[in-house]
Design a protein around this ligand. Structure first.
Ligand code: GLN
Length: 447
């Protein structure tokens, strides 16, 4: 079903970079036999899943939507992919994204833009735009994305699907091509909360191959679904509802708050604080880590190498000049600058201090509230072509999502209605560290 749907739809949507039909059919047949022999049971047995193209898949090209990895076929699979396959999922293909996950619209991909299935003149969001568009267009039942500063939650909100960014350390980053290592998490994108919870349950694990992996007390994310939210304390940060927020999105958040109140939750506005510092701190930290992580793409070890060069340094220079797109280059330069001696204290160190204060602000909030409710993005999906012209403005669009990564918290975006142009609006729920069960329970009630 998915393959024929991809054939029908993907010419227009371009959610996928790579689909190897024969491989998919072969895997599907193998899984089917196992299901028939009852060797495979469980909710993911036989389910077709799309995987973002920065997550390694053994024998299947993984490009990060970059020219520099255009010919890269990983010799191993990411831990999350391995676990999905063990649960019986069939990997459909690799989804489009912003190059190296840097962007908010899937327009920085070297393999063409992805279009929003609700209105193809609009972007699907980013950077996991391909994963979210694939689910929204019915090409995949669910998908894996990655979220460094909102890349699962924001495109989920633009595409009217559900996407979750887990607590940092919950899903192994082994095999996820690093962008900002201290912020990156793999997470599920699906059409509802239950599906997200099932996928999260399958992919999360303690993994010694990831030095920041955490051994959690519980990996049960599904059994709380459907339980009521009577008495749950919901905080609405007033800093997330002020200037810069589209009126229709504000109304959707308020309607969501009212719905939770009518289900017995206690909802109130409160000042979270630090919101205006989140964007600068995030872009300094993420770019700093990116500049270091992307140093490995030098034309020697893997991926693209320039054709003509004179000596090693010329080879590095030409390979990287030709291999990386403009947004990636901008981040590498910004990151190298904030880490350079003389500027390190003024920018990088200061950003780390801001990060600590943001964490503290959330810690204080979670003393009073179980869940924080707010928008996922300031507006619905913008039109194609209007974001890249002004990168600073695009960065500001991440205002409601980046703090969650800086603080290592879990966050989920659920559909919260449509705007007057017929584009989806997403609501974001944020939980305290390791409180996915509660977060999913609350999100389930909002569906
Ligand atoms: N838009 C943000 C950025 O460009 C977030 C991206 C992400 O989460 N990968 O960095």
């Amino acid at each position: 079903y998915s393959l024929s749907r991809i054939k029908e739809k993907d010419g227009q949507i371009n959610a996928f970079i790579t689909v190897e039909e024969e491989k998919v059919m072969e895997n599907a047949r193998r899984v089917q036999q196992k299901i028939e022999r009852r060797e495979l049971t469980g909710p993911l047995a036989g389910v077709p899943v799309a995987v973002k193209d920065n997550i390694c898949t053994e024998g299947l090209r993984t490009t990060c939507a970059s020219r520099i990895l255009g010919n890269f076929v990983p010799p191993y699979s990411a831990e999350a992919v391995k676990r999905l396959e063990e649960a019986g999922a069939v990997i459909l293909g690799k989804t489009n994204m912003d190059e190296f996950a840097m962007g908010s619209t899937t327009e920085t991909s070297a393999y063409g833009i992805t279009r929003n299935p609700w209105n193809t003149d609009h972007v699907p969001g980013g950077s996991s735009g391909g994963s979210c568009a694939a689910v929204a267009a019915g090409e995949a039942f669910c998908a894996l994305g990655s979220d460094t500063g909102g890349s699962i939650r924001q495109p989920s909100s633009f595409c009217g699907v559900t996407g979750l960014k887990p607590t940092y350390g919950t899903v192994s980053r082994y095999g996820l091509i690093a962008y900002g290592s201290s912020l990156d998490q793999i997470g599920p994108v699906a059409k509802d909360v239950t599906d997200c919870a099932c996928i999260l349950e399958a992919v999360s694990s303690y993994d010694r191959k990831d030095g920041t992996s955490v051994k959690r007390e519980s990996y049960d994310f599904t059994s709380g679904l459907g339980r009521d939210i009577k008495g749950m304390r919901i905080g609405l940060p007033s800093d997330y509802l002020g200037e810069g927020l589209d009126d229709e999105v504000r109304k959707a958040v308020m309607d969501g708050a009212e719905a939770m109140r009518s289900l017995g939750a206690i909802v109130e506005e409160f000042p979270l604080g630090m919101a205006e510092y989140a964007i600068p701190a995030y872009y300094v930290i993420a770019s700093a880590e990116a500049s270091s992580n992307l140093a490995r793409f030098d034309g020697v070890k893997y991926g693209y190498r320039t054709e003509e060069y004179e000596g090693l340094h010329d080879m590095y220079k030409k390979t990287r000049s030709e291999g990386f797109g403009p947004e990636v280059k901008r981040r590498i330069m910004l990151g190298s600058f904030v880490l350079s001696s003389g500027y390190y204290d003024a920018y990088y160190l200061k950003a780390l201090r801001v990060k600590a204060l943001i964490m503290k602000a959330f810690d204080e909030a979670f003393k009073k509230y179980d869940i924080i409710l707010g928008p996922a993005a300031p507006s619905a999906a913008p039109e194609i072509g209007c974001s890249l012209a002004d990168p600073l403005k695009m960065y500001l669009g991440d205002i409601y999502t980046v703090s969650v990564n800086l603080a290592g918290l879990p966050g989920i975006s659920v559909p919260g209605g449509m705007n007057s142009k017929g584009l989806p609006i997403g609501l974001q729920l944020i939980g305290d560290r390791f409180q996915e069960e509660k977060l999913l329970r609350a999100a389930y009630q909002l569906e």
